[in-house]
Each structure stands twice: as C-alpha cells, then as structure tokens.
Design a protein around this ligand. Sequence first.
Ligand code: HEC
Length: 139
Amino acid sequence: MSRTQHLLIFACLILVAALSTYTYLDKQNKATKWYSQAQVNQGAALFADNCASCHGVKAQGALNWMQPNEAGVRGAPPLNGSGHAWHHSLDNLIQTTTHGRGAMPAWQGTLTKAELVATLAWAQSLWPDKIYQAWLQQN
Ligand code: HEC
C-alpha cells in the first residue's frame, strides 16, 4: 500500500469517528418526548379553539400575566416554556386543566382527558429542548 492510500484510510477513519461522535452528542441533546406528533397536531387545533383566547395563540400567555387586575386576578400564564408550567409534573398540569384553578376554567365535561393531554402536548412541543430536559429531570 502506498503512503497516499494509508493517509486516505486514516482520513476516512477520522471522518467516521467525528460523524459518530456528532450523532451521539446530537441524540444526547434531544430528549425523547412523551407525546406523539399525532397528539401535537390534534392539540394545536384544540388549543386554538379552547385555550388561545386566554393563553394566546402561541401559548405566550396574557399580556402582563403576572400583574393581577383590579379584581386581584392574574392573567393566563404562558404555556410555551417561558412561564412556570415546567415546574409542574404532567399529572399536575392535567389536574389543573381538568378541574381548573382560580380564573382557569375546568375542562372536565368539555374536553376528554385525551384531548386535554393533546393540548398539553402541543404546548410542550413549543418548549425549548433545555426546558423540556429540566422538566423531565424534575418530574
Ligand atoms: C378564561 C381564560 C382561560 C382559558 C380559556 C384557559 N385558561 Fe388555562 N389558565 C388561565 C388562568 C387565569 C390560569 C392561572 C390560574 C391560577 O393559577 O390562578 C391558567 C392556568 C393554566 C395552567 C397551569 C399553568 C401553570 O403554570 O401552572 C395550564 C396547564 C392551563 N391553564 C392550560 C389550559 C388549557 C390546556 C386550556 C384549553 C383547554 C386553557 N388553559 C384555557 C386561564 C384560562
């Protein structure tokens, strides 16, 4: 084998090693989600119809949501990963959406549990991966 051939093989080996490290690190950064793409799609429509009026079309929350109004009621918080929803477990989020809390209406009887879970899936699909990872670790 010539010196050039040796060098070529060596270069190929380095390339393969670099590529596999890259794919490995990439997988590490992307946490596996609990929801499916079908749930996200279903949730998008349900969210637009039922939740966007208060939480915003992009789940960005009401304007000045932290500021209580004259009646002392706070606006709807963001569900797009910028609020504090990521401090709560999925069970806790399902509880809040099912039974309501404060100015948040209860959805039991209007939406099925599967539909509520789908709306949460859609909202979570907007979360930055870092937030999702932190949420996974905490819950
Ligand atoms: C009438 C306005 C309104 C509508 C419609 C509404 N929400 Fe809310 N939502 C609120 C308010 C206000 C809160 C904050 C409640 C509190 O803690 O006092 C809230 C809280 C939440 C929380 C808890 C967030 C957290 O950080 O703890 C979730 C999850 C949520 N809503 C999901 C939904 C979903 C899903 C829908 C649609 C099916 C929906 N909401 C529809 C007003 C609304």
